[in-house]
Design a protein around this ligand. Structure first.
Ligand SMILES: Cc1ncc(COP(=O)(O)O)c(C=O)c1O
Length: 389
């Protein structure tokens, strides 16, 4: 690594998160690790670690992403959540990718192919998010019939995606009801993997009887997102509020007990590349927008908006002290520092001193966006494997 800007991933924390989740929620057969978007920015190598900790299926967005996972894992099944053009059938077979069928017309295209081997498919139902999936029951029946009569296909799964978290919200209930309606008349004995939930569904709702799998994204990376349970007067008030909402909106019960101990594993670091003293009245950066009000020190660090850096993060940490971000250019950022900062000092953009939660609050984005905004130009390094600098 020539440029000393990197994301450090603590694999042990990811492993512990998975173990914690599986210990508490042990009634699923399929723990589907969602590793799209470069494993939520954590780097695809993390799939190796996830498998060791108990993830037994992966989900990605594209064939490209599935192929990348195969660099680290030969056998764990991988579901591609987006439909794949049937013309890539050879690669689907070669890399053993499970295909999402989101319409009867896509099923027809696959059905028309001539190939040797068998392809696993999961049928995607649209229960209200209006993004992907079959919306009509008749279309579902047609699709199943077509795929069942062709022995090159195995309908391994059926699923949907939930738009909301299900806490006091009627949309969650509606989507679940629609899913259950879809399943009426379908022989689930023949379809082993039924999955509807994502991270927040796992913690907020009890498992539905016929569900056998859960798609886990953000929770694996350390975000719980459940409602905190307070004690004393606060607890009493929140319980009263909860009962009020349940009655008012006639929504399903949410799970109250959640003591998962999860930790984030993602830290972004760089180093001080240049340090200079400036006098009161001098300006710094593009547009001369920052004028020093007093004699000051400016540290320049090798990270910019081409790496995902943003001025909205407000400050960084050096030796545990927070310093203000003055300007972010494409590849470099200037900081207002003091005489305690030295050339080559390690700089934390966020991760430990500045927690992910604090960074998301500052930048006004959620954790999904924060991880993903750090571009692939920034190498991901792992604590437990030796890294050559
Ligand atoms: C279809 C699908 N399933 C599961 C997930 C994982 O969601 P989460 O990170 O909330 O667990 C996603 C993420 O966007 C998704 O698109």
């Amino acid at each position: 690594m020539y440029r000393k800007t990197y994301v450090e991933i603590d694999e042990e924390r990811i492993k512990n998160n998975i173990r914690e989740i599986k210990k508490k929620y042990d009634n699923y057969q399929y723990y589907i690790g969602v590793v799209k978007g470069n494993a939520y920015g954590h780097g695809v190598y993390i799939t190796k670690v996830m498998k060791e900790a108990g993830i037994n299926y992966f989900a990605v967005s594209s064939l490209e992403e599935a192929i990348e996972v195969r660099n680290y894992d030969r056998d764990t099944p991988i579901l591609c959540l987006e439909p794949i053009d049937p013309k890539y059938i050879e690669d689907i077979l070669k890399y053993k990718v499970t295909v999402t069928i989101d319409s009867f017309s896509l099923a027809q295209l696959y059905h028309a192919l001539k190939f040797k081997g068998k392809i696993k498919v999961h049928i995607k139902l649209d229960t209200g998010m209006n993004r992907l999936g079959i919306k009509r029951k008749e279309e579902l029946h047609q699709t199943i019939k077509l795929l069942e009569e062709n022995h090159s296909f195995l309908i391994e799964g059926i699923y949907t995606h939930l738009a909301t978290t299900g806490v006091y919200d009627i949309y969650y209930d509606r989507q679940v009801d629609t899913f259950l309606e879809f399943l009426q008349g379908i022989d689930l004995e023949k379809i082993p993997i039924v999955h509807i939930g994502r991270s927040l569904t796992l913690v907020n709702h009890a498992k539905l009887d016929m569900v056998t799998g859960i798609r886990l994204g953000i929770i694996l990376y350390g975000f719980n997102g459940s409602l905190p349970i307070s004690s004393g007067i606060r607890g009493y008030v929140s319980e009263a509020k909860r009962k009020h909402f349940l009655k008012k909106y006639h929504v399903s019960e949410t799970v109250r007990q959640n003591d998962l101990k999860l930790k984030t594993a993602f830290s972004l670091y760089t180093t001080v590349m240049s340090l200079k003293k400036i006098k009161r009245g001098e300006f710094v950066g593009y547009g001369a927008k920052f004028i020093a009000k007093e004699d000051n020190f400016i540290a320049t660090i090798p990270i910019g908006y081409a790496d995902g850096m943003s001025k909205s993060l407000k400050y960084v940490s050096i030796h545990g002290t927070k310093y203000k971000i003055i300007d972010v250019c494409m590849d470099m950022t200037m900081l207002s520092v003091d005489s305690y900062v030295n050339l080559h000092d390690k700089v934390e953009i966020f991760g430990n001193t500045i927690s992910i939660r604090e960074a998301t609050n500052n930048i006004g984005e959620n954790a999904y966006h924060l991880f993903i905004r750090i571009t692939t130009r920034v190498p991901r390094v792992y604590k437990e494997i030796e890294i050559k600098y």
